[in-house]
Ligand binder design. Structure first.
Ligand code: SF4
Ligand code: SF4
Length: 282
């Protein structure tokens, strides 16, 4: 993202909108300026602020005159008064920043908006995590810190070394030439994004190894990392993983429960329902 210095009147409204604090008022040119190394191309400034087309010279003159009288003349806080944002055509690899940071743009690799993955929220129809397996989401950068793929790679390579399997339908996996190594395309390693989600799965017995690996590597990174654990419950709604998590010293609570209403992976229930209700029962 760029800001047109000919239009900006340095009102400062956009500073609070930027989730990674990439916008600052340059004291030399006295205009809002974007630190392009930190900007994750989320387009929050461009898309979330109202815009007016006031004449920049007029606004600066009025603001300067009022300042002499110790009176402030400021636009409404959610407005860029002179439509000064100037988005650029993003070339590879910088374009990856917008794909991972702007929720209005779908990921090319998965076609999914937002963070580019449905995670296990649709496990009843996608069957990503099967019986006896544990699914992990390892999220980097949220809230408001961001992450570079070099940091993501430190974890993905460590996970690959212990034998975790990466989810195919995930935009970070799509950046790996060979997912068995966890190595990410070197062209994007220095790109910064608002957040990225890595998804792996392992047999249940590997739960402690995955958690310790993520914890160890995360402690060396300059971003925030959070882990989600997904597991199938048995017919009584129970599972062994919660106990194992508690044994490892992690507080356990059920964040989201998928009731399996899609039924495609619940073949017994599907057959029963189809038998009772006929074809329309599905
Ligand atoms: S809101 Fe617009 S005019 Fe105000 S500082 Fe930001 S870019 Fe400049
Ligand atoms: S595009 Fe996003 S990260 Fe970049 S300056 Fe605008 S709000 Fe900040």
């Amino acid at each position: 993202m760029h800001i047109d210095p000919r239009k900006c009147v340095a009102c400062g409204n956009c500073l609070a909108v930027c989730p990674v604090s990439a916008i600052y008022i340059d004291p030399v040119i006295r205009r809002a300026t974007v630190n392009l190394d930190e900007c994750v191309e989320c387009y929050a400034c461009q898309n979330r602020m109202s815009k007016e087309d006031l004449n920049p010279t007029l606004v600066r003159t009025i603001r300067g005159f009022f300042k002499l009288l110790r009176i402030r003349f400021d636009p409404e806080p959610d407005v860029c008064p002179t439509s000064a944002f100037a988005p650029q055509q993003l070339a590879w690899p910088r374009s990856i920043r917008q794909a991972f940071s702007d929720p209005c743009v779908p990921h090319e690799s998965t076609g999914v908006y937002g963070r580019g993955t449905e995670e296990v929220k649709t496990n009843d129809v996608t069957n990503r995590v099967g019986p006896g397996e544990v699914g992990f989401t390892v999220e980097f950068g949220r809230p408001a810190v961001g992450a570079r793929f070099r940091e993501v790679q430190a974890v993905t390579m460590a996970l690959a070394r212990i034998g975790a399997t990466f989810e195919k339908n995930n935009p970070v996996t799509a950046l790996m030439p060979d997912p068995t190594t966890g190595a990410i395309n070197p062209e994007v390693l220095d790109e910064k994004v608002l957040s990225a989600i890595v998804e792996v799965k392992t047999p249940e017995a590997m739960l402690p190894a995955v958690l310790r690996t993520v914890e160890e590597v995360a402690a060396t990174l300059n971003t925030v990392v959070s882990v989600g654990v997904a597991v199938r419950c048995d017919g009584d709604g129970e599972n062994r993983v919660e106990k194992a998590l508690a044994g490892e010293g992690y507080p356990v609570f059920r964040g989201k429960t998928n009731l399996g209403l899609g039924r495609l992976s619940n073949l017994d229930a599907q057959a029963t329902t189809a038998g009772a209700a006929g074809p329309a029962g599905r």
